[in-house]
Design a binder for this molecule. Sequence first.
Ligand code: ADP
Ligand code: MG
Length: 334
Amino acid sequence: MPPGEFALIDRWFRPLDGRAGQGRPDVVLGIGDDAALLQPPAGQWLVAALDTLVEGRHFPPGSEPRSIGHRALAVNLSDLAAMGATPAWALLGLTLPANTDDWLQAFAEGLGTLAARHGVALVGGDTTGGPLTLSVQVLGFVPPGLALRRDGGRPGDLVCVSGQPGEAALGLRLLQHEATLSGAGTAAQRQQLRRRFEYPEPRLALGLALRGVASACIDVSDGLAADAAKLARASGCGLELKAEALPLSAAMGDVAGRAVALQAVLGGGDDYELCFTLPPAREPELATLAAQAGCALSVIGQLTADPALRLLEQGKPRSAPWQGFDHFAAERSE
Ligand code: ADP
Ligand code: MG
C-alpha cells in the first residue's frame, strides 16, 4: 500500500469506524488491520447489501463530492430499509482518479454525516486509483422471520408508496439540463428537486414500522412502475395502478408540467422511496405508519390474481414504463 493511500484512509475514513464517538461497541476491530472484527447481536439475522455508483452513469461528472458521499451510502441504506433491517456497519470500495484533499474531505463529510445519523460505522474498505467509482457494502440486522421481502404480496393487497417518487429524476434533469425544465416553478422548487437527487433520505424508520405489517416491500431505485412490477412478479401476482392516486407534488407540477411530472413519478429512478403492499384490512393503520415514518404514504393501486400489469387513468388503460425504461436515459452521460 503506497504511503499516500495509508494517510488518506487514516485521515478521512478511520474517524468514521465507530470508535470515535459513534458508539458501536460491536466494532471489535475497525479500520487498520487486514479485516474488521464485528460482533453481531445474538439471535438476529445478518442482512447484507452492496451497490456501486459510477461517475457519468449514476451521477453527473463533476457532482459535488458531499452529495456523492451521501448517495453512496444512502442507496445502500435504502436496500436495508426495504428489508426492514437496522443498519450497523458499512465497507467502502473507493476508486478515485487522484488524491485530492478538498474532494475527500467533502466526500467523507457527506458519507460520515449520514452514517452518524443512522448509527452506522465504516469498518473497512479498499482504495484504488482509477475512474471515480464507489462501492459500498452495508450490513444490518433483522429479527428472524421479520424481514420485508418482495415475495409476500397476495392478490387484493394494496400497493403503497412513500414520499414523492419522481422528484429525484426531475432534479437530475435540472442538474444536467437546467434549461429544459426552467420554464416555470420557483427557484426554491427547483432547488427542492435537485436536493432530492443529491441527498435522498433512506426510509429506515418506515422499514422498521412496516415489520410484521407490510406483506412485501421493495425500494424504488429503477422507477416506481418497474419496481412495483418486480414486487408483483416476485409475489406471483399482477398489478393495477391508478393514475389519479399517484402523488404529485406542487414542485413537480410547477417545474415540469403535469404530463412530464407524471412520467417522472412512474419512470424516474433515484428516489429511494419504499413501495410496499398491505393487506386491505390494515389500510386504517396507514396514518399511524406515516406518522411513525415521518413521511407521506399513498395507496396507488393493488395486486391482482390476473398476472397483467395495468395502469388505469379514469378507468382506461395507459402505457407505463414497466421495464424500468428510464425516461431520461438519453440525457444521461453514458
Ligand atoms: P490490505 O492491503 O491489508 O488489504 P488496505 O490497504 O487495503 O490493507 O487497507 C488497510 C485498512 O484500511 C483496512 O482496515 C481496510 O479495511 C481499510 N480501508 C482501505 N480503504 C478504505 C476505504 N476506502 N474506506 C474505509 N476503510 C478502508
Ligand atoms: Mg485491502
